[in-house]
Design a binder for this molecule. Structure first.
Ligand SMILES: [Zn+2]
Length: 74
């Protein structure tokens, strides 16, 4: 019985953990300053107003000519 419970618990933990780990990082590049940020960066005040480009990796942002934000360290 204990074994079954621990198996169920392990399955639940894996179900929660795997999508979190597999989720791609999300970055937002400011088209005007050419700086990319984590989406939760405190310097992003108007994500709907400015011109933002979405990236899923730092390599993608760098190759597009953006540099990393010094506040959120993406
Ligand atoms: Zn930032």
């Amino acid at each position: 019985m204990r074994r079954i419970l621990s198996l169920i618990l392990a399955a639940v933990i894996l179900t929660i953990a795997i999508p979190t780990l597999a989720y791609p990082i999300e970055l937002m590049g400011n088209d005007e300053s050419k700086i990319y940020h984590r989406i939760d960066c405190r310097t992003i005040k108007y994500p709907e107003r400015n011109h933002w480009t979405r990236f899923t990796s730092t390599e993608q942002a760098i190759s597009a000519g953006y540099r990393a934000c010094k506040i959120c360290h993406p």
